[in-house]
Write a protein that binds this ligand. Structure first.
Ligand SMILES: Nc1ncnc2c1ncn2[C@@H]1O[C@H](COP(=O)(O)OP(=O)(O)O)[C@@H](O)[C@H]1O
Ligand SMILES: Cc1ncsc1CCOP(=O)(O)O
Ligand SMILES: [Mg+2]
Length: 258
C-alpha cells in the first residue's frame, strides 16, 4: 500500500521482537502511521494474529526453546493470510543458522529483511560479517536474487545499496547514508516498515516503498544532524514528516530496476 493508504488504515504490526531495540521499532511504526504491539506469549498468538495486519519475527535475542512457538506463530499467521517478515539477525553464525533453517522448513515466510551478510547466508554465498553487521563486499544484486529463488520469499537486503528482489524482478536504491548504519535498531525498524507496507499485498514495489521510506528519512536527517545520538531522533522526526508525494518522488528518482 502507499503511504497515504497506510496512514488511513493504521496497520497493526505484531512484532516478535528482540530485547535490544523494541522501543525504537515501536516508535518507528507509530510515527509512520501504523500501530505496534510486541508480544511473545504463545497463549496470545491466536488473538493477536487475528487483529494484526503484519507479523514481524526478529531472531536477534531468540532462545532455542522458543523455536516451536515461533514456528507456531508463523503457521497461525500463514493460515490467517497475514504477511510474515523474518529478520534473521546474524544468521550466519552457525548456532544461529540451525533454528532459522527449521523456521524456513516448517512455516512460510513472505519477506526476509536483512543486511548483505544475513541475506548471503540464504543464498549460500560467503560474505564477511562481524556479529550483527555486514562488513564484506559482494555482488548484492546477485545475492538478493539468488536468496529469493532459494527461499521463495521476497528479499529486502539493506545496506549502502538496498536491494529488493523476488528472484525475477530486482530493484535497487543506491543512496549512501552512513549514519543510518550507526544506530542499532534501524534494521529491526525497517523490517517492521516492510511488514506495514506489505500488509495489503506482498510485492516488490511495496517492499521497495518501505526501504525508500527509511533511506529518505536518513537522507533528510543527515542534512541537519551530523552525530549518531541526535540522528536517531531526527530519523523518527523525518519519518513522521515524510508525505506521500515526497516518498513517491524519491522512489521515482532513486529506485533503479536491476
Ligand atoms: N553504509 C550505508 N549507507 C547507507 N545506508 C545504509 C548503510 N548501511 C545501512 N544503511 C541503511 O540502514 C538501514 C538498516 O540497514 P542495515 O544496517 O543493513 O541493517 P541491520 O541493522 O539489520 O544490519 C537501511 O535503511 C539501510 O539502507
Ligand atoms: C545488538 C543486538 N544483539 C542481538 S539483536 C541486536 C540488535 C540488532 O539490531 P539491527 O539489526 O537493527 O542493527
Ligand atoms: Mg539487523
Amino acid at each position: 500500500m502507499d503511504l497515504l493508504e497506510l496512514k488511513s488504515k493504521t496497520p497493526l504490526v505484531f512484532n516478535y521482537a528482540n530485547y535490544v531495540t523494541p522501543q525504537f521499532v515501536a516508535n518507528v511504526v507509530n510515527v509512520v502511521g501504523g500501530s505496534p504491539i510486541m508480544a511473545r506469549e504463545i497463549d496470545e498468538f491466536n488473538d493477536l494474529v487475528a487483529i494484526s495486519d503484519a507479523v514481524v519475527v526478529n531472531t536477534g535475542t531468540w532462545r532455542r526453546s522458543e523455536l516451536p512457538e515461533t514456528i507456531k506463530l508463523i503457521q497461525i499467521a500463514n493460515q490467517a493470510k497475514k504477511v510474515v517478515v523474518l529478520d534473521p539477525v546474524a544468521v550466519g553464525i552457525p548456532s544461529r543458522s540451525v533454528p532459522v533453517k527449521a523456521v524456513m522448513t516448517d512455516s512460510q515466510v513472505n519477506v526476509i529483511r536483512g543486511n548483505a551478510a544475513e541475506i548471503a547466508w540464504f543464498a549460500g554465498i560467503d560474505f564477511t560479517s562481524h556479529g550483527i553487521d555486514a562488513t564484506g563486499n559482494g555482488d548484492v544484486q546477485k545475492i538478493a536474487s539468488l536468496a529469493a529463488q532459494k527461499t521463495g520469499a521476497i528479499i529486502a537486503l539493506s545496506g549502502q545499496t538496498d536491494v529488493i528482489s523476488d528472484g525475477h524482478t530486482t530493484q535497487m536504491i543506491a543512496v549512501d547514508v552512513p549514519l543510518l548504519a550507526t544506530n542499532v535498531g534501524t534494521g529491526d525498524a525497517l523490517s517492521a516498515l516492510v511488514g506495514m507496507f506489505n500488509s495489503d499485498e506482498v510485492t516488490v514495489e511495496n517492499t521497495a516503498r518501505a526501504m525508500a521510506m527509511m533511506k529518505l528519512a536518513g537522507v533528510r536527517a543527515s542534512q541537519t544532524v551530523k552525530t549518531p545520538g541526535y540522528f536517531a531522533n531526527q530519523v523518527l522526526d523525518e519519518l513522521y514528516l515524510i508525505k506521500q508525494d515526497e516518498l513517491e518522488e524519491f522512489i521515482r528518482s532513486e529506485v533503479q530496476n536491476g
